[in-house]
Design a protein around this ligand. Structure first.
Ligand code: ZN
Length: 148
């Protein structure tokens, strides 16, 4: 157990960081840019970083596909931030702006926003759509991950 390694992609610079599993909960810093890797804050991703994190990260990643023109997305933002604090350090939350990164909506076949995809162990574990309170989103994520 003690020599188990965790891989986390830095949301800022895209570097894959690897460290002992017991450090993951302590917001370890990116070896390249110094960004906290598990801060409980919602990180903004681009498509390249999202694809890398979805494929390689050892912690579950919940991604909010949103856009500035979308009212429900903006209303959901503080709820998503609250969920990020509450689900840390077991789950990382990130968002991608599908207006700036329309290729992300195509890549993940997003038909309506807000949409949330939960990635774990290199695959899509679940998908939720529509704005909802933080508590409800947290409950859905915990159920899917069996973190009860
Ligand atoms: Zn970094």
């Amino acid at each position: 157990m003690s020599d188990r390694k965790i891989r986390l992609t830095c949301p800022d610079c895209g570097q894959t960081n690897q460290f002992p599993a017991d450090k993951a909960a302590g917001n370890p810093k990116c070896g390249v840019c110094g960004q906290g890797l598990n801060s409980g804050k919602v990180a903004a991703l681009d498509l390249k970083t999202l694809e890398k994190a979805a494929k390689t990260d050892d912690l579950p990643l919940l991604v909010d596909f949103w856009a500035p023109w979308c009212g429900p997305c903006r209303a959901m933002a503080p709820e998503f931030e609250r969920a990020a604090r509450n689900l840390a350090p077991q789950v990382r939350l990130a968002k991608i702006d599908t207006q700036s990164h329309p290729d992300a909506a195509i890549r993940y076949t997003i038909r309506g926003i807000p949409a949330f995809i939960l990635f774990h162990k290199g695959r899509e574990l679940a998908r939720f759509s529509g704005a909802r309170p933080a508590a409800e989103l947290e409950r859905m994520v915990r159920e899917k991950l069996a973190l009860v």
